[in-house]
Design a protein around this ligand. Sequence first.
Ligand SMILES: Cc1ncc(COP(=O)(O)O)c(C=O)c1O
Length: 353
Amino acid sequence: MVEFVRDDLKDLKPYKAHNIPHKIKLDANESPYDLPDEIRQQLAKELMEGCRFNRYPDSDATALRQAISRYCGVSPDEVMVGAGSDELIRIIISAFVGKGDAVLSPAPSFTMYGIFTRIAGGMLVEVPLDDNFDYDMSGFYKAIEQHKPKLIFICSPNNPTGNVIDKYELIKLVTAFNGIVVVDEAYGEFLGESVASWMVNYPNAAVLKTFSKAFGLAGLRVGYLIGNRELVEEIYAVKPPYNLNSFSQRAAQLVLENVDIFSSRIAAIVDERERLYEKLRAIKGIDVFPSKANFLLIKVPDGEMVYKKLIGEGILVRNFPDEPRLKNCLRVTIGTKQENEAFLQTLRRILEG
Ligand SMILES: Cc1ncc(COP(=O)(O)O)c(C=O)c1O
C-alpha cells in the first residue's frame, strides 16, 4: 500500500540492525557484560512473588525517576524516562520540530537524529566535525544564522567518532542559541563526566542518557532525559502514556541500587579501550581516533575488505558504506579482554595477508 505512505517518506531508509551470524559482537556499542547475578536473582524473586503484568506500568515511572535523580544529583521532576533514548529523541523532536523546521546535528553522528527529524517533516542540517572529528563551533553558529533551527543535537562523546565537546563551548552555545539544545550523553559514563547538573539551570537545554551502554540494559530499552523542570513539563505533553514497561523500570532501578558493580565494569572497559588504542596504533597502516566512549574508530586501507574478512572470522564490527567521510573506517566496540584480543589478532592477520 505504498501509495498511502507520505510522499516525503517514500524513500526513507529504515535503520538497519544487522543480523549477521557471529561469534564476537563488536558492532552496536553494547556492554559485553550481562546483568549481574545479584540483580537477576532479585528480579526472579520479585517475579515469583507476583509481577502484576496484568496492570499498566506507572506511567510516570516514579520510583525509577527518583533513583535517577539521586544518581544524577537533580530533582525527580527534572527527569523523564523513555523506551531507550531513541524514543526520547523522537519525543523531543515531536515536541519542537514541525514541517520545514531545521534541526542541527554534528556530522558524522548518530543517524537517528536525521531519521526522526524527517519523520516529523523537519530538515536535518549537518554541521561537519573538523578533520580530526572535533567540534567546529563556528560551523554551528554559521548554520544557526543561515537555517534558524529549532533544535540542536550535540552528541558527546560522539557516535561514531568518540570525541567530546568542550563544556564551556557548550554553555556558550546554549546561552547564545534561541532554541533547544539536546546533549546526547549515551556514552557519558565512559567519559566519567556529565553536564546534566549544569544543564538543568538553562531553560533551553536537555541531556539524554541511557541504560543501554554502560549499564548493559540494551535489551530492556531504558533511556532518560534530564532538563529544567518547565522544559521537561513541556516535553511531557507529547510523551505516550505507559511508554516504559514495568519490568524495565524495576530492572533499571535495581541497576542504580547496585551501581558499584557497574562502576568497576565501566573502569574495566575504559582500561581496555586505552589498551586497545595503543595496540591498534602500533599496527602499520591503521589510523585510530582517540575516543572517550566504549568504542574506537579506526581507518584501514580497505574498509570493505577488512569488514567482510572479519565477518568471515565471526567478528562483527560496524562499517559506514553510506557516509563518504567514513570511507574505510570501522567502529569497534570495546568488548571483554578476550574478545578484544581475538579482534586484534584477526585484524593483524587480515592486514598482513
Ligand atoms: C549517540 C546515541 N544516542 C542514542 C542511542 C540510542 O540508545 P538507546 O535507545 O538504546 O538508549 C545510541 C545507540 O546506539 C547512540 O549511539
